[in-house]
Design a protein around this ligand. Structure first.
Ligand code: AMP
Ligand code: MG
Length: 321
């Protein structure tokens, strides 16, 4: 079975075809803002402009006739971007006369991670631009055990980077700066029950500008934010009695975050799983693969239910596998 998947919830327009065993083709055309952060309308215009050439690039390398279904990220994400992706997917499904499958973007991060690492039943730390959640399966649903109360960790890092005059995306630049950090400045450590919050930390870190080295601010920011995420992941692990942690989302490539989680896992006799970097951030293969899983288990999205869901939650999807 070959499934085509389209991802475009935010910055990355990415299309891929996968089968049960491998990613067959994958092409991406990321949107990078000229200045500031991601602008939803500009991002959606970018996706609309690039969609035809990306689809052509796929069909130049993989015959249309061999596609068995069209999957697309139905949400959560930026409304204007989701509408472009949904429209393209509906058209393609009608044209190819193949079923349409609306995929939950967070579920896709988890499933591609399990696929590529062989983690069986992990506690997943999903850390991306817009989302930050601790997810684990209970029965036939994935449940969110903890999440951000305001902005995603990626957005928090990007905001801090912007304040320093660094271009989007800020994650890799803050990571690089933090490597040369020497002095730790305390920042608000906000964990409430199993949830956490980053916006106060961003403001506090911004106020250090001019008083501390950028390297030390970046270092202090990463140490504080990643300790919060590691603490809550550990608590979920202890509560559930699981022994696997899966790290997914664009922030997951951060080496310092990986080290903190690995140390915590080793202390508890658990194992940390990290998918290959190209499948950590938003990508079309994760949508295609999750679409394939859904198709195999009888899910098809009728046209009248294929509307975009900007606030789509992972708990809403019944897991039949
Ligand atoms: P996603 O939405 O899952 O594609 O993730 C995008 C987010 O990942 C952006 O906010 C990036 O700044 C962030 N990111 C990318 N690379 C790194 C890194 N090395 N360290 C921290 N954050 C990163
Ligand atoms: Mg994502």
């Amino acid at each position: 079975m070959n499934v085509l998947g389209i991802e475009g919830t935010a910055w990355n327009l990415s299309i891929s075809v996968v089968n049960e065993n491998e990613v067959i083709v994958a092409v991406s055309d990321p949107y990078t803002p000229k200045e500031g952060g991601i602008h939803p309308r500009e991002a959606s215009q970018h996706h609309a402009e690039k969609m035809p050439s990306l689809l052509k690039a796929i069909f130049d390398r993989f015959p249309k006739e061999n596609i068995d279904a069209v999957a697309f990220s139905q949400g959560p994400g930026l409304g204007p971007c989701l509408r472009v992706v949904g429209t393209a997917a509906r058209l393609l499904s009608l044209k190819l006369k193949k079923p349409l499958i609306g995929v939950n973007h967070c579920l896709a991060h988890v499933e591609v991670g399990r696929w590529k690492t062989n983690a069986k039943n992990p506690v997943t730390l999903y850390v991306s631009g817009g989302n930050s959640q601790i997810i684990a399966r209970r029965g036939n649903r994935y449940r969110v055990f903890g999440e951000t109360l305001d902005i995603g960790i990626g957005n928090a890092i990007d905001k801090l980077a912007r304040y320093f005059g660094l271009s989007h995306p800020g994650g890799p630049k803050i990571e690089k700066l933090a490597e040369d950090g020497q002095k730790y400045y305390p920042l608000p450590y906000v964990v409430k029950g199993m949830d956490f919050s980053f916006s106060g930390m961003v403001t506090a870190a911004q106020r250090l500008k001019g008083k501390a080295r950028l390297e030390d601010i970046a270092f202090s920011f990463q140490e504080t934010a990643f300790a919060m995420l590691t603490e809550v992941t550990e608590r979920a692990l202890a509560y559930l009695g699981y022994d696997e942690v899966l790290l997914v989302g664009g922030v997951g490539v951060n080496k310092r975050l990986q080290v903190m989680l690995r140390v915590m896992c080793e202390d508890r006799g658990a194992k940390l799983y990290t998918p290959p970097a190209e499948l950590m951030g938003d990508n079309g293969a994760m949508i295609a693969y999750t679409g394939l899983l859904m198709l195999k288990h009888g899910y098809i999205t009728p046209l009248e239910e294929s509307f975009v869901k900007p606030n789509f939650r992972i708990e809403e999807v019944e897991i039949r596998w």
